[in-house]
Ligand binder design. Structure first.
Ligand code: NAP
Length: 295
């Protein structure tokens, strides 16, 4: 077995992602000698204890991070600024502060100013998830074979970046380093826009359902169902992602609206070739994903 990476790993937020990380720490044993945690509500903190996800659970943010050599923020990105301002003064010198948030420029903007001298801030994002949330939704294999992107600001301590890289490798991930702005643009198209479309199409269908088109849900299996899986995701988490990746998401949405209008025009004017070409591109992308084992 490898030498253990961290003496005490502190999780702030123990939902789908935090609890999956806790589980993989327990299964492997070489990530952290001790896992401690906190969550916003007493109910979740109690659940974390019952499920044995952490060795210790604290009510206070400061106590959670005080003696940790690695702190991982696993809460919705809109809560980061407030949490960072609360934990900043309590972080130990030499500790690593990292996160799992789905947007990266906003995290650097909101957390960066509260990171004290001597604490190493290595923002991260595991590209793995499900539509479920909460401490019971996690599982140890969630990150296996999935990418984790790290976006360390220029000048970040290399040893700290290596340790966070190793943390995710041990969790089963393939790690890549990326510019935060590039991360946010890529995520806007592969994750944030598909969620925006799913939430929107469900709203459109729901409106029709209310206008007594009762068959919308009965025949959902014909395509709509796949959108509803994505649309079942946590509202607070997605509100925060949309509002914190505003520019890139608006750019991708605008491009999508243009392309969708072009497709609608082809339908209107019976441009069969255009339609077939677009569908073939979709099939090609699906095949490539399968080949990359990311399907
Ligand atoms: P989740 O299942 O909803 O869990 C969120 C956790 O954060 C809960 O334990 C919650 O505690 C806690 N929390 C919320 N606000 C807090 C606050 N102000 N102070 C302390 N704790 C707080 O969320 P998740 O799916 O694990 O997502 C967590 C992060 O991972 C987000 O930033 C998200 O963008 C990112 N991410 C998600 C996915 C995904 O597919 N779900 C994938 C990659 C990255 P309570 O239960 O007590 O409210």
């Amino acid at each position: 077995m490898h030498k253990v990476l961290f003496r005490r790993l502190a999780l702030i937020g123990v939902g789908l992602i935090g609890s999956s990380l806790a589980r993989v720490c327990h299964v492997r044993g070489d990530i952290a000698a001790e896992v401690v945690a906190t969550a916003r509500t007493a109910t979740t903190r109690q659940k974390v204890l019952e499920l044995g996800l952490a060795d210790k659970v604290f009510d206070s943010l400061k106590e959670t991070v005080a003696e940790a050599d690695c702190v991982v923020l696993c809460t919705p990105v809109g809560s980061y600024g407030e949490i960072a301002s609360a934990i900043g003064p309590a972080l130990s010198i030499g500790a690593i502060l990292t996160d799992v948030g789905s947007t990266k420029q906003s995290v650097i903007r909101d957390v960066g100013p509260f990171v004290p001298e001597g604490v190493h801030f290595v923002p991260g994002h595991p590209i793995a998830g499900t539509e479920h949330s909460g401490p019971e939704a996690g599982f140890a294999d969630l990150f296996k074979g999935r990418y984790t992107i790290l976006t360390p600001p220029p000048g970040t301590d290399e040893t700290a970046v290596e340790k966070v890289t190793e943390l995710w490798r041990r969790a089963g991930s393939i790690v890549e380093i990326m510019e935060p702005a590039h991360h946010d643009r890529v995520m806007a198209i592969v994750s944030h826009l598909p969620h925006l479309i799913a939430f929107t199409i469900c709203g459109t269908a729901d409106d029709l359902e209310h206008q007594s088109m009762k068959d919308v849900l009965r025949f959902a299996a014909s395509g709509f169902r796949d959108f509803t899986r994505i649309a079942a995701s946590d509202p607070v988490m997605w509100r925060d992602i949309f509002l914190n990746n505003r520019e890139a998401l608006l750019e991708m949405t605008q491009r999508f609206v243009e392309d969708m209008t072009a497709m609608a025009r082809a339908v209107r004017w019976g441009e069969a070739e255009y339609i077939v070409d677009k569908i073939e591109r979709g099939r090609h992308i699906r095949k490539k994903l399968i080949a990359l084992k990311q399907a």
